[in-house]
Design a protein around this ligand. Sequence first.
Ligand code: PHE
Length: 451
Amino acid sequence: MTRQRWTNRTTFLLAALGSAVGLGNLWRFPYLAGKYGGGAFLVPYLIALVLVGIPLLIVEFAIGQKMQQGAIGTYTRLHPRFSGLGILALISAFIITSYYAVVMAWSLLYLFASVRVEWSANSQDYFFNRILELSASVNDLGGIDGSIFGALLVIWIAIYFSVWKGTKSVGKVVRYSVPLPVILLLLLFLRAITLPGFLAGWEMYLKPNWTALLNPEVWTAAFSQIFYSLSLAFGVMIAYASYKNDSDDIVKDAWTTALLNSATSLFAGLVVFGVLGYMALQTDTPLVELAASGPGLAFVVFPKALSLIPFPHLFSLLFFLMFLSLGIDSAFSLVEALNAAVLDRHPHFSVAKVALIVCLAGAIAGIIYTTRAGLYFLDIVDHFLTSYNLLFVGIGQSILVGWIYGAEKLRRYINEVSEWKIGKWWNFAVKYAIPTILAMLLATQFSKDLA
Ligand code: PHE
């Protein structure tokens, strides 16, 4: 069987961008910025982007495209001892898809509830008690929540039909699902800047609190955000790149993906904080408090803010539609990473069948998060995955490429096929900077968790 191919370069770019741009941009980035120093957070964020994010994205695009395999096959071809690293990356991918789909299921329920802005009276109570029906502790599973489960099925069906014909169906979906949320985000931006108080929100978002940079936690957060946001260390970008021809351009695609992804994060922050500024004014709540709401931002604080603006139904609908369309291509990119690995080993299996099995497995694994203790599990899993597994795979990958396969050898290949050339700085980043920084972060995280 010949390998699946993207129909053209734009399709690949849209797919890669769709994977990168997701809930992480809309939900994770703004709350991290709010929590970790406002505008000052941009310093570690941009350092992480240039020093680690872009070099590693170039690595993943290059090795996938050169080896023409998904993560496991690619690592194995780089060195047979490293197949385990691919397995680790794919385990993370599987775990993330299973909870990512659940978060999308919540937003689907919110989308339905938008018609009557059901959460307007008490958005905190609505999220924890009506949607999640959260139990008192992680030990109290308390059965599956029917509506979340139902919504989860709908999400998985949507994911399945996005990947069931591999690159062909993905290519069709991303043509719509990547531009749509951007348009919706623009509409919400226009709404935000026509609300009183939005400037105060922006000030909170962008005004640097430099002392935050002394806190090592801020740095770990920035680096893990870059990993998460660029879908690195999950085998996703490797799989996507493996569907390109081995003579295609690499460097331009990596820069385009990375820069557009970060631009979307910054822009989403403007929307989120603009609306929060308005909410602070309306409810007489200090902005700091709203901004520090953490993960509850998307489902507690922001919905509340939406309920306060004129035409709340319309804007809630637009917001959750954006949430869903933003998330779907990240969710199915993870499924594609898994499918690619299975199909590499069994090229004669049908794509549709492999996709079905992977989707079913992901849906079943997600059931744990539909229980009344679901949120607790989600927090634990998210923490371990984003703080350990990603860093670990990142280190392994840079050692494999930098030292074992040879950074210079890969750089020569990259420069041969790419219009924009990369300099020797990239070798330095891959061989020294990335493993050192990531190892330091891993140690910091570990000592913090032990304490
Ligand atoms: N990059 C996605 C986001 O920012 C999440 C994601 C992680 C997608 C890993 C695929 C792989 O939401």
